[in-house]
Ligand binder design. Structure first.
Ligand SMILES: [Zn+2]
Ligand SMILES: [Zn+2]
Length: 261
């Protein structure tokens, strides 16, 4: 159990729970924001699975999103037992798409075999849009809210000595969270300090990866330090952010939903 951090000295009001969460997470491995969000996702998924199977708003949200997002849906299958709860929720999701297809079936024009390709494509795009989710993944929506608060807290307390020291000694922010904090920053001193600290962290990571490559490639016999040994996996986690928090890149098959030809 890590020591409970002291309250920051300069604040007028008591620091928020988010401040303590951040300071605590900065002492652990990886991006502190990713760590907090992963923990929250785990709690939420367990609550959905073990407590909310009769909760109507949860059912409604799952119906509107046609399930959870891909990442959280697969995470849901990682917990032991309660497969029936998954089935109950996904009955709502599948029922929703069957209902939409049923409406579509009745609305698609009959005898369109000679219709020009462009017209058919535009009709197809309209139908595809009707299958789009009507709401967000409930887990993603909750994480989105927490993420915004964490970014605000990082900006608000950036001049706090304890948070600063913890950040300097940490694995740093992942790339998406670094971008989020930079974008939320409204102070030039903070911008400079943030860039300088994160650069030192990433430069150290680069040095660790380089040392790992050199030592493994040359079979030099030099002992690989623990931080060098962990550097490839740290880089993989810190560049895109943690697994299941940030999705895959948008793919070209979806361009027609934006109306492109
Ligand atoms: Zn992160
Ligand atoms: Zn999600």
């Amino acid at each position: 159990m890590p020591p409970v951090p002291e309250a920051p000295m300069k604040r007028r009001s008591a620091p928020s729970q988010r401040y303590f969460d951040l300071v605590e997470a900065l002492a652990g491995p990886g991006c502190p924001m990713c760590a907090i969000l992963l923990q929250q996702a785990d709690k939420l998924l367990q609550s959905i699975l073990y407590e909310r199977w009769k909760d109507q708003p949860t059912h409604d949200a799952i119906r509107a999103r046609q399930g959870l997002c891909s990442g959280h849906a697969y995470q849901l299958t990682q917990y032991r037992g309660n497969v029936q709860t998954v089935a109950i929720f996904y009955r709502s999701a599948v029922d929703e798409v069957v209902r939409i297809l049923d409406e579509m079936e009745r609305s698609v024009p009959i005898g369109t075999g000679r219709r020009r390709r462009r017209e058919a494509r535009s009709e197809g795009a309209v139908l595809a849009a009707r299958l789009a989710p009507r709401g967000p993944c409930i887990v993603c929506a909750a994480l989105d809210e927490t993420e915004s608060r964490l970014v605000e807290t990082m900006v608000e307390y950036f001049d706090d000595a304890r948070l600063r020291e913890s950040y300097e000694a940490s694995d740093g922010l992942c790339l998406p969270h670094m971008q989020a904090v930079l974008a939320a920053c409204d102070d030039r001193t903070m911008l400079r300090d943030l860039v300088a600290i994160q650069k030192r962290i990433w430069a150290q990571l680069r040095a660790d990866v380089e040392a790992f490559i050199a030592k493994t490639r040359e079979h030099s016999g030099d002992a690989i330090e623990p931080r060098e040994a962990s550097s490839p996996s740290r880089a993989i986690r810190l560049m895109p952010g943690e697994h299941d928090l940030f999705g895959v890149d948008p793919r070209s098959a979806w361009r027609w939903l934006d109306g492109d030809d």
